[in-house]
Write a protein that binds this ligand. Sequence first.
Ligand code: TRP
Length: 457
Amino acid sequence: MAVPRASIHGEWSSGLVFILAATGSAVGLGNLWRFPYLVGENGGAAFVIIYLLCILLVGLPIMIAEITIGRRGKRSPINSLRSVSLEEGRSRRWSLLGWLGVAAGFFILSFYSVVGGWALFYVLQALLGSFGGITADAASELFDTLLASPGSVVVWHTLFMLILFVIVAAGVRRGLQRAVTLLMPLLFVLLILLVGYGMAASGAFQEAMAFMFRPDFSAVEAGTILTALGQAFFTLSLGMGAIMVYGAYLSRQESIAKSAAWIVGMDTATALLAGLAIFPIVFAAGLEPGEGPGLVFVTLPIVFGEIPFGYGLGLLFFVLLSVAAVTSGMSLLEPATAYLTEQTGGNRAQAAALITGLIWVLGIACGLSLNVWSGFELLPGMGIFDALEFVSNDIMLPLGGLLIAVFVAWRMRLSSVVSELGADQDSAVFKTWLFATRFVAPAAVILVFLNATGLFG
Ligand code: TRP
């Protein structure tokens, strides 16, 4: 199979759009909820420093590798891996790595969509003014009632999937590109407004700064490094072909390494800004930062119910959360949709409908596992939601990332890689990247993987 010159799905109209789209994929619940919470639990600034090292030494090299495969192949991850491996004189079985990614995308999106649905539900609650003067008990009850209601969970998950379907079915230019050029600036504006409020009005900005940037290395344990590395993967959307398929739509003129540096930089900045937006609000209300899943859905509504401008800020926040979840969810739907479109001769809307439908069904199972099926265990001690999250995040993503690094750094010809990256083979930057991709990233991923399977740490 020859490698096509251009993607049949179309291309981003510029390198900037690619950066926006990939940043949209990367910036999601991982940044706005998980990152601040992990910072709180793992020694504040000490964790931030380790996390930044993981992003730089493992995340950035693998992101460059993933985009390289995508742009070289110009198709869905499965077909790109097949054609690039044949072109490089390697086994066509590398396409199985694409299948691994498609499967991971199904699993991740099925629970991601359930949580995305919660975000939409909270937009409605914010609009209705439900947070005004809400007590801690009432806020917990609001969240618990949502989770306990199979009808609500399924309806909001359905709405979230429908939004993704409409965008992805419309295609690369008319769907994905239009959505990110509209939503990403909105996301940054909302985030900056929230940070601005934290700085100017909350009276707790100093406290939040100290919490996030004053290192306490005594809180760092062996597991902290592995937590930081796992978070680096998830937050950068690496390991399942999302970034790879977006790379397939990138024009040959654009620099892969520069784009990757921008994406990684913006994702990291967003995570840090999310902390600086959320913690001042939490501290100003005298609440605990290490709240876990409750931080966003239980703690913040209490805060929004008390503070000045709480109605507007609450609405802003949940719109921000929903927008971030939508632009991430799109990228989880795209690899499988692109593959099916290629295999069936090009009807993207039908392909998107079928893939959306399958994930929707799996998502219903995730949603119901929180209430009516809560007794059922898919894996020991884990319901459907938790089991899919565990298998995809802790096993499939690290494995996918490892294989992507191995394929590009060990299986592709150096000349192909050099030409795709437009790099100077003797430059220090290229050599550093190659070393990181050959040795550092695989070794680090193996550690995460062992940790996830419980054999280590
Ligand atoms: N990065 C997103 C977040 O932080 C989630 C996400 C989107 C993702 N696409 C992905 C994670 C692909 C892993 C793989 O919320």
